[in-house]
Design a protein around this ligand. Sequence first.
Ligand SMILES: Cc1cc2nc3c(=O)[nH]c(=O)nc-3n(C[C@H](O)[C@H](O)[C@H](O)COP(=O)(O)OP(=O)(O)OC[C@H]3O[C@@H](n4cnc5c(N)ncnc54)[C@H](O)[C@@H]3O)c2cc1C
Length: 315
Amino acid sequence: MPTRPSADVVVVGNGVLGLSVAVAVARRAPALRVAVIGPPERPGAASAAAGAMFNCFGEVTQYTARHPAAEAKFAIGRQALDMWPQWLDMLTAAAGPEGDALRASRVEGTFVVLGGRSGRVATRNFKAIRAALAEHDEPHEYVDPTDVEIDGLSPDLAARPFHALYLPREGAVDARRVLSALEAACRRHNITMAPHTVSRLSTGRGKMQGVHLSDGSRIDTGTAVLAAGSQSAALAAPELPPGAMPPLLHGTGLALVVEPPRPRPATSSVPRTGPRRAACTRCPFPRADSSTSVPPTSSPAPRSPGPSSAPARAC
Ligand SMILES: Cc1cc2nc3c(=O)[nH]c(=O)nc-3n(C[C@H](O)[C@H](O)[C@H](O)COP(=O)(O)OP(=O)(O)OC[C@H]3O[C@@H](n4cnc5c(N)ncnc54)[C@H](O)[C@@H]3O)c2cc1C
């Protein structure tokens, strides 16, 4: 079996999580040899499809304060909200020119709207967002959309918004530019990028020993970080006691990218609804090239994730 040069840390998966972990490790411990394994075309990656909206309070629902798991997710979201500006500064500096392109794609602030076609669930969730903003002293502004024009919204009369909340700290970036900037930062930190797929982990006496790649080669390592999205469970399960690995579900859906007939200025903020029943938000994802990604459909897929499936989305 061919053996590749060993690494101190092997990151399995080249989505936003894997690349971010690799950059963070390389910055903290420059002497470590870090390798990221993942196919460049990223089949099934959520990171390539994401809106890259940065929403914490915008994702609050009527159930957020009612379940420990939802509360924990919200608490992590608040931490991330505080850390995001420094992370963006670090990443743009570490990425060079790709970092400038990422920064240019940044859209500041989000309008969460409640419109004429909003149902009971959306209405309750909107109230829950407002209550959470007040409870946690999060900067926000109540906006009367009949007085203020919301950039990027030109709704049908029956669907026009009647209430809106402006969240200045919650915006968006272009997901493709995040990935490009992370890849550039990896190159600048001498992180090895191996364009392969990990077929299995190799452990012995309870310790990590290496990873096997789909081309039959192997990389020896004492530390592997699993960041392969919905495929992580399948890789980890054989190495862990039964039941130790929580199920990771993925969704499947379709998204449309719409290009305007004439170039138009990018929107200055993200307009979106609050979370809705059995669906994500309704919001067009702004992209840096002035195209728009129309909200994807998403439905839970069967429990045996296929290779081209995307992980369950967080929005
Ligand atoms: C349509 C959509 C919209 C979203 N919008 C938002 C949003 O607006 N805001 C937000 O915060 N989140 C959003 N999300 C969620 C967000 O995209 C994910 O939480 C995030 O991208 C997950 O990143 P990841 O690196 O864990 O996984 P992924 O992006 O799925 O990356 C996993 C990577 O591992 C690779 N891989 C898989 N198996 C192997 C293997 N065996 N060996 C090596 N590599 C492997 C894959 O090819 C892939 O590149 C959205 C998700 C979707 C699908």
